[in-house]
Ligand binder design. Structure first.
Ligand code: SF4
Length: 238
């Protein structure tokens, strides 16, 4: 165990935890966009910055990556921290001017406009990579990746083609903090336009509702060595 201080509060934390994990356990709010407990941290969005240090010296760090240690003092809401977050949100707003979540976070920080030149009005992707990490680390499929550099950086399938690896599970859609990954289920078909894919949905044998892409069910059968067809939705098979 390590003894540390967050916002003046003495806290006992477990070695190996990050500042963000400890803060959340203690009910201390630190805003994040690219963090999700189901996947590894990347420190990509920088919204979770805090001041951390020892002996009166501190620096701005990404709390989702920074490990706690004995004697560490953390401040989550100093003017220096808030200024850093304001700069981050202004940059993100320039990249995605119409993102609702970014607008909400900006309002909470008192940011009404961005000093940076707005780019594509329709862009919603902040390049946090959460979708890529979910596909790789949770689903185990690795159908998408962050490619190119600078202004051409984007999340894409190999060669921008329809992904052959994608199973249509939708994890990338559900985990995206800004709604950039568009998924639509209609008429027994799931479409994910970002990856140029569409999948036939299986109908639950009991309730008759469409519940999952056949490709995803085949993938699950294969991984767990299940012989029989998965014919019931999670509610009906519970
Ligand atoms: S829908 Fe496709 S790209 Fe998205 S997480 Fe699932 S397998 Fe990966």
């Amino acid at each position: 165990m390590v003894n540390m201080i967050i916002d003046g509060r003495k806290i006992e934390a477990e070695e190996g935890q990050t500042i963000l994990e400890v803060a959340r356990e203690e009910g201390i709010d630190i805003p994040t966009l690219c963090y999700h407990e189901a996947v590894s941290s990347a420190g990509a969005c920088r919204m979770c910055v805090v001041e951390a240090g020892k002996g009166g010296r501190s620096k701005i760090v990404a709390s989702c990556l920074y490990p706690v240690e004995d004697g560490l003092e953390v401040v989550t809401n100093s003017e220096r921290v808030l200024d850093s977050r304001r700069t981050v949100i202004e940059l993100l707003l320039a990249s995605c001017p119409n993102s609702e979540i970014l607008q909400e976070m900006a309002a909470e920080l008192g940011v009404e406009s961005t000093a940076f030149k707005a780019e594509d009005e329709n862009n919603l992707c902040i390049l946090c990579g959460l979708c890529v990490r979910a596909c790789d680390e949770v689903v185990g499929v690795n159908a998408i990746s962050l490619v190119n550099r600078g202004t051409k950086r984007e999340v894409s399938t190999p060669f921008d083609d329809a992904s052959e690896a994608c199973i249509g599970c939708g994890s990338c859609h559900y985990i995206c903090p800004t709604g950039a990954v568009k998924m639509e289920d209609a008429g027994g078909v799931r479409k994910i336009d970002n990856w140029n894919v569409e999948f036939e949905l299986a109908k639950c044998k009991t309730c008759g509702n469409y519940f999952a892409p056949r490709a995803q069910l085949d993938y699950i059968k294969n991984i767990y060595g299940i012989e029989e067809d998965l014919e019931n939705c999670p509610s009906c098979s519970a």
